[in-house]
Design a protein around this ligand. Structure first.
Ligand code: KG4
Ligand code: ZN
Length: 346
């Protein structure tokens, strides 16, 4: 049984072939970074047009790499939200045409859920685990009970952490996507040079960790960087990048590890594009070891957007979509699970 999975929620056109026993036969990602780089952010109109041009060649490439043909497919899975509406529609329309021409089931996949469970593709994990999804569109902390059940502990209240990386990179004129540029520049900088705030870590002396609330906020750090750049003449960009990176990563690491302790959960997983950040991975490993927790990351190609995670997630979804399936740009992470209310921390 082979599923063709499609992911076009933002600016990467992705197709993968995944078997029902979770083997990833191929995973192709066509990045649009060059198109959006001059604007230092994703231009939705350009993204959808590019998906339209790319989707067929990318599907063909995924089939070729897996040495399979359209006739071998037993299902098609597609991200239907959340994301940019024009981008999502390209994937949904392509999935529908494959469903109709091949007469196979179509499986609707929630992009955030795919990031959550992406860590399981390469690692065998024991439930429950605590999951942090840190991407360009989302920052969410969850307790995962199994493939059907999870509870949301906290969200970002404003910018997603990847969005903060992208906006700070824009202020520093580094290019898009911002995360990898900041990470590179930060290698030459001093992370203690500028004491940027750690919003939502409050309580004791400076930032403290008296957090019964697991929400995040990143727009304040971004604004602090803006004022720092505005008010100082001799700026060392590497110091700013390193200090910003340390500040946001501190928030992610401390809140998540604290949540694991509060909830009595042994294993922490981190997914989404920001999980590719080396400094974040190291900080998580150090802090988790101090607190006797395990922390697990997907390999970097499974952190950023890809269709392998869509195919993997589809293997656990019993729902089948008809031709009325539509893009849902504001789909939340509450779609497919039976939420156990007592697991939700308000
Ligand atoms: O998961 P993803 O590919 O797409 C969304 O679902 O949003 O995440 C993209 C985000 C971008 O904001 C990008 O700057 C960030 O992930 N990112 C990174 C790194 N690589 C990608 N942030 C920090 N360090 C990185 N190495
Ligand atoms: Zn994503």
């Amino acid at each position: 049984m082979v599923t063709l999975a499609l992911e076009t929620s933002c600016d990467d056109t992705c197709a993968a072939l995944v078997t029902s026993d979770h083997q990833v036969l191929s995973s192709v990602v066509s990045s649009q970074d060059e198109i959006h780089a001059p604007y230092q952010g994703v231009v939705p109109e350009l993204a959808s047009r590019r998906h339209c041009e790319n989707i067929n060649p990318i599907i063909r490439e995924a089939l070729n790499r897996a040495e399979r043909s359209l006739e071998d497919l037993t299902a098609v899975a597609v991200t239907y939200g959340p994301g940019l509406v024009g981008s999502l529609l390209t994937g949904v329309a392509a999935a529908k045409s494959i469903k109709v021409t091949r007469d196979i089931p179509m499986i609707p996949v929630n992009h955030i859920e795919a990031h959550i469970y992406s860590v399981e593709i390469e690692n065998s994990l024991t439930y429950p685990y605590l999951s942090l999804v840190a991407s360009g569109g989302h920052t969410v902390l969850l307790e995962v009970e199994d493939q059907d059940n999870y509870g949301v502990l906290g969200h970002t209240r404003d910018d997603a952490v990847g969005e903060a990386y992208d906006k700070v990179a824009k202020m520093l004129d580094l290019g898009y996507p911002g995360g990898p540029h900041i990470e590179n520049l930060a290698k030459d900088g001093d992370p203690t040079a500028v004491d940027f705030p750690r919003p939502t870590l409050r309580g004791s002396k400076r930032w403290g960790w008296s957090m019964k609330d697991y929400d995040f906020s990143f727009s304040g750090i971004k604004t602090a960087v803006y004022y720092y750049l505005r008010d100082h003449d001799d700026i060392d960009k590497a110091d700013v990048a390193a200090s910003f990176q340390r500040a946001v990563n501190d928030v992610l690491v401390h809140k998540t590890v604290q949540a694991a302790q509060d909830r009595g959960v042994e294993t922490i997983t981190v997914g989404g594009g920001v999980a590719a950040n080396t400094n974040l991975r190291e900080s998580f490993r150090n802090r988790a070891a101090e607190k006797n927790r395990d922390v697990v990351f997907p390999s970097r190609t499974l952190c950023t957007d890809n269709a392998a995670m869509i195919g993997y997630r589809a293997n656990f979804i019993s729902e089948r979509a008809g031709l009325e399936l539509n893009a849902q740009p504001r789909l939340s992470e509450f779609t497919h699970k039976k939420l156990t209310e007592e697991k939700v921390v308000k």
